[in-house]
Design a protein around this ligand. Structure first.
Ligand code: PEP
Length: 262
């Protein structure tokens, strides 16, 4: 990880936990980290609950001064209007939501989100002061046909069109075959693609952005493999799905620094 980049451990809850369960999990996670004397300044933690949980989680975090970020799992490319069922960046910003996942492979696959939509949503997030967590990654078919990096590199190039050099963004490399499969990429494979994604950031947004932007790995991250990813120079954190729903497991992932040498 780079000298100036604070690691980010992000928990994508997907469609799990209602607002009461969400409040309970965030409280327990906070207690678990405090019990373990975790240095909160060393690692940024952001949770991405479902939309209906956001207000409750935000209220809790604010009231109890819990040092976690909150993000949404998606947003509309539009600000308002006749878009039934959609949520705009404007509404998220009003709730003090700091970031938003864009282009998760489940959105790309089940909601036909292509690179144009991902680019439009990236613009919508930035317009409303939200940090877009732009997800890219190849399917197993892509891997066979084009290798690991061609598809995610192309996806990121499109997403970054018209993004300003000083915009804060996060990039998540999530090989689709590794998501929810229990089969994580090797740290070497992940590093190789994350380095190429950083090269895209450098080419599109310049050196300062490439040095400052956090590039995460996602796909079957667990407490038992997180340290091996975090040792890689271009991996600045993780986007965690299943492992973010269990307090002890996610707490251990956040505390990867304690087991980096393992
Ligand atoms: C994800 O959905 O972003 C993810 C990485 O899932 P999992 O950790 O369960 O593989």
């Amino acid at each position: 990880m780079g000298m100036t980049r604070t690691p980010l451990i992000a928990g994508n809850w997907k469609m799990n936990l209602d607002h009461l369960q969400a409040v309970a999990l965030v409280q327990k996670l906070h207690w678990s980290l405090k019990d373990a004397s975790h240095e909160f300044d060393d690692v940024d933690v952001t949770v991405f609950p479902p939309f209906t949980d956001l207000r409750s989680v935000q209220t809790l975090i604010d009231a109890d001064k819990i040092p976690f970020g909150i993000g949404a799992q998606d947003l509309s490319e539009h600000d308002s209007g006749a878009y039934t069922g959609e949520i705009s960046g404007e509404f998220l910003a009003k709730l003090n939501i700091g970031s938003v996942i864009i282009g998760h492979s489940e959105r790309r696959e089940y909601h036909a989100e292509d690179d144009r939509v991902v680019a439009a949503k990236t613009q919508a997030a930035l317009k409303h002061g939200l940090v877009p967590v732009i997800c890219v990654g190849e399917t197993s078919e892509d891997l066979e046909k084009f290798g690991a990096s061609a598809v995610p590199v192309g996806q990121l190039e499109t997403a970054l069109e018209n993004v300003n050099a000083d915009a804060e963004i996060v990039v998540a490399y999530e090989p689709v075959w590794a998501i929810g499969s229990g089969q994580a990429a090797t740290p070497e494979q992940a590093q190789d693609v994350c380095q190429k994604l950083r090269d895209v950031i450098r080419a599109k947004l310049g050196n300062a952005a490439a040095d400052a932007t956090r590039v995460l790995y996602g796909g079957s991250v667990k407490s038992s493999n997180i340290a091996s990813f975090m040792r890689e120079p271009d991996i600045d954190g993780a986007l965690v799905g299943g492992g973010s729903l269990k307090v002890d497991e996610f707490s251990a992932i956040v505390r990867f620094g304690k087991h980096v040498g393992v």
